[in-house]
Write a protein that binds this ligand. Structure first.
Ligand SMILES: *[C@@H]1O[C@H](CO)[C@@H](O)[C@H](O)[C@H]1NC(C)=O
Length: 394
């Protein structure tokens, strides 16, 4: 992808003879036509003159961006995230109205690679491109994260203000990337996914154990909620979907982010630092440990509008380890999970892979109290529940 700042054809006027056809059409129609172009063709169209440049920016409403060290890392990650099926890898189709463009950036990896080249693979088209950008080959995990965030910052510098949907695959968020998100995407962004869990990456700069835990806590998240010294904007406020994987966001930062986004309907957290009982009791309107107050009776819980809540591979959900509470009377059988009762709109609740929660407890609580239409248990209770045990540990 060309650098956002250096190729903007600001002073170039449209050539009337070649663009008359386009210019006589209403803008909605032009955008409709452009939605059929591959990302490469769209960039080329945008480079022709300043009004077409504006059209090309307005057409990018959904973007999926992944930045990786190796091509194989990128391919596996985007298959796992469901961004592409194997036969789709070449052609990326339209995704309803919110059509997405997918860009996968692979950084130069061998020492002989030209210092300033990296590859952009756009799966909306079949093209693979090489552009000069001036990024060093990353030397450490921290450096890699910095480069990943520099790239998302440049992309948001150009497309951020019009984006409705953004998915970013990298290793972590830093201050630069978070500030770009919190200031460029304030008003239009509805769907945000930050995916930092890529356990298949076991070579290169990453230690395999990195993927087992949430990323370290990080003040960068404050930029998404509009607090902190670096912050110029109010942060994100119009999200309806938030997906965080292996995120270092703390429970307080998560509480603030949910509070600032009153339209949030879908919250999917995986290996997430902030998915803890203090956040969940606040969400269900039971107890506010952040402000040390009991919530007002009768008011809807902060999470009452949530329809989907997934807490996967999260190990701090319970305030304390649960005792075998088979003897609890029915009305108390969800002890440790009372917050679910406040989530009146819930249609789907997942505890998949959050294995220190007993599946029996969740199953019983749902049947007697919650009655959420879809509940995914921490692990299967029946059938294939046999857990393979390494013979050495027997
Ligand atoms: C949870 O309760 C709902 C409504 O009673 C039911 O349809 C669903 O199958 C239950 N799920 C589980 C896993 O118990």
């Amino acid at each position: 992808m060309p650098a956002p700042n250096d190729s903007t054809p600001k002073h170039q006027l449209c050539n009337p003879t070649t663009t008359d056809g386009i210019r006589s059409l209403p803008p909605e129609i032009v955008l409709q036509i452009l939605s059929y172009l591959s990302f490469g063709d769209l960039l080329a169209f945008g480079a022709t003159c300043s009004s077409n440049h504006g059209y090309h920016i307005a057409s990018v409403k959904g973007l999926r961006l992944g930045v990786f060290e190796k091509r194989v890392h990128s391919i596996i990650s985007l298959l796992q995230a469901g961004w592409a099926s194997p036969d789709q890898l070449a052609v990326w189709g339209n995704n309803g109205q919110d059509f997405s463009y997918m860009i996968s950036v692979v950084l130069p990896q061998n020492k002989l690679a030209k210092r300033d080249s990296y590859r952009v693979q756009s799966c909306h088209s079949t093209s693979t491109r090489r552009r000069s950008q001036g990024y060093d080959r990353p030397r450490s995990q921290e450096h890699m994260i910095r480069v990943q965030n520099q790239i998302v910052t440049r992309v948001l510098g150009r497309y951020g203000a019009a984006l409705r949907s953004l998915e970013f695959m990298a290793y972590d968020l830093d201050m630069e990337g978070a500030t770009a998100l919190g200031t460029r995407c304030q008003h239009t962004l509805r769907h945000l996914a930050l995916r930092f869990e890529h356990p298949h990456i076991r070579d290169g700069l990453m230690r395999p154990s990195t993927w087992l835990q949430p990323a370290p806590g990080n003040e960068a998240w404050n930029s998404l909620i509009g607090v902190g010294g670096n912050c110029k904007g109010d942060g994100l406020q119009y999200l309806d979907t938030l997906i965080l994987e292996r995120a270092g966001i703390t429970s307080w930062q998560l509480m603030m982010l949910v509070k600032r986004n009153p339209n949030l309907k879908t919250l999917k957290l995986r290996t997430c630092r902030g998915a803890r009982s203090d956040f969940l009791y606040w969400l269900g309107g039971i107890k506010d440990e952040f402000e040390e107050s009991e919530t007002q009776m009768g008011e809807p819980a902060p999470g009452a509008k949530l329809e989907v809540l997934w807490l996967e591979h999260c190990h701090r959900i319970l305030p304390h380890p649960v005792e075998e509470n088979k003897d609890f009377p029915d009305e108390m059988c969800d002890s440790g999970f009372e917050w679910v009762r406040g989530l009146n709109g819930l249609r789907s609740l997942s505890f998949s892979e959050s294995t220190n929660i007993p599946s029996e407890l969740v199953d019983r609580a749902n049947k007697t109290i919650w009655k959420v239409p879809e509940v995914i248990l921490p692990y299967s209770l029946y059938g294939s529940s046999a857990i393979a045990v390494d013979p050495r540990w027997k």
